[in-house]
Design a protein around this ligand. Structure first.
Ligand code: LMR
Length: 405
């Protein structure tokens, strides 16, 4: 038995963490996984999360009972307001079904699974349009539930920016009621987002062609440091009446990676439909995870529902986003002013969020790993959070060397 099981390749992102940990070279740098590090290269427990944890641990009324299948109600309600906005028409009209999920990945999975059961496909049955490129796991998540990924143009290597006409062209060319996965903010891996005007044009085509927006928003707060600003596109889509769902993660913006705190929000045309949608999400969740985990949801719920903790959280997010922006500026300065590295590096400061898509080739990326012990995905994506005041000069010198070779 099982002899015929083929050996699967290691995960393209997490294999970098393993390789980095095994590497004994003193100056090694991990720019692989999108996980925040402080200036000492240490994981950062947000002060507000520490405070919430302290309160939770001293609360003797809390137990380890099951949560409702759809999650902690105060958490899902707070999470919905965070992404859709306090004045969301969809929330006011009670037409959002919100379910707690195993972080953003679980939200993507549950949303994809729900589509396989209930989406009224056009001629593009069980296909999802993913940006080229996208987070590698998107491909796996959709394939896993029998939805075939097809790509739409997104990144233009010539400009190291958005291929907007290619993107709009694909939206127009796709058959009606196609499903498009869109990154709500801080596109992973490119760090290239549409401008508000471009989002407006995208929304117009989505509505005209009755496409479905599968919005993944794993980095709210990381694009600009401002939670509301980063939710702008999602809220705009609701206003414009685009048919949509949103996947939400608190891994990055609350630093709760391993706690797996997330939510799926499906926006329906009316309250009655939304009740039915939620009932089916509950059935699907029950067969997969039964009940979501409590600890992380309690932490986030406390932060979302306590005004002074919410303010403290916003400051913590600014600390993280601010450090990343400082690193972008420093990389840009070192490459352009000190090293005079060949090429244009404007994109380093123009791209947003946790990642920068450097524009280097797979061979150059491999050379950084082999020669300088710098770990990054072969597509040239670097997690800016892996850079700090101690290693940024080493990184830039090494990048300069591979670019010149
Ligand atoms: C990443 O892209 O590095 C993160 O989203 C972590 C992950 O799950 O891949």
């Amino acid at each position: 038995l099982w002899q015929n099981v083929p050996l699967a390749p290691a995960d393209s992102i997490f294999k970098l963490t393993t390789a980095y940990k095994e590497d004994t070279f003193e100056k090694k740098v991990n720019l692989g996984v999108g996980a925040y590090r402080d200036d000492d290269n240490k994981p950062w427990i947000l002060p507000v999360v520490k405070e919430a944890t302290r309160i939770l641990l001293s609360d003797e009324t809390l137990d380890h009972e099951y949560l409702p299948i759809t999650g902690l109600p105060e958490f899902t309600a707070g999470a919905a307001k965070l992404i859709l906005g306090l004045n969301s028409p969809a929330l006011a009209e009670n037409r959002v079904a919100s379910v707690q999920t195993i972080s953003g990945t679980g939200a993507n999975h549950l949303g994809a699974l729900f589509l396989t059961k209930f989406y009224q496909w056009g001629t593009n049955e069980k296909k999802v349009y993913l940006s080229n490129p996208t987070w590698a796991n998107h491909h796996a998540i959709f394939k896993n539930v029998g939805i075939e990924p097809v790509e739409y143009p997104y990144y233009d290597p010539k400009t190291i920016g958005l291929d907007f006409s290619g993107f709009i062209g694909a939206l127009n060319a796709a058959p009606e009621r196609s499903v498009f996965l869109l990154h709500g903010c801080a596109h992973n891996p490119t760090g290239v987002d549409p401008t508000p005007e471009q989002w407006a044009a995208i929304a117009d085509v989505m509505v005209a062609k009755k496409h479905y927006a599968f919005l993944d928003c794993a980095y709210q707060g990381f694009a600009s440091g401002d939670l509301d600003k980063d939710a702008w596109a999602v809220r705009f889509f609701v206003e414009k009446g685009v048919a949509m769902l949103v996947c939400q993660s608190f891994a990055k913006n609350a630093g709760l990676y391993g706690e797996r705190v997330g939510a799926l929000h499906i926006v329906s045309p009316d309250k009655e439909t939304s009740i039915k949608v939620k009932s089916q999400l509950s059935v699907l969740s029950r067969s997969e995870i039964s009940n979501p985990p409590t600890h992380g949801a309690r932490i986030v719920s406390m932060i979302l529902n306590n005004p002074s903790m919410f303010e403290a959280w916003k400051r913590d997010i600014q600390t993280m986003a601010g450090r990343i922006i400082d690193m972008r500026k420093e990389v840009f300065r070192l490459l352009t002013e000190e090293l005079h590295t060949p090429g244009n590096w404007d994109h380093i400061v123009n791209q947003i969020g946790m990642f920068s898509f450097t524009g280097i080739t797979p061979a150059q990326s491999q050379a950084l790993t082999n020669e300088a012990h710098i770990y990054l995905t072969t597509n040239g994506r670097i997690s800016m959070a892996g850079l700090n005041s101690k290693n940024v000069a080493y990184f830039c010198k090494s990048l300069d060397a591979v670019v010149r070779n």
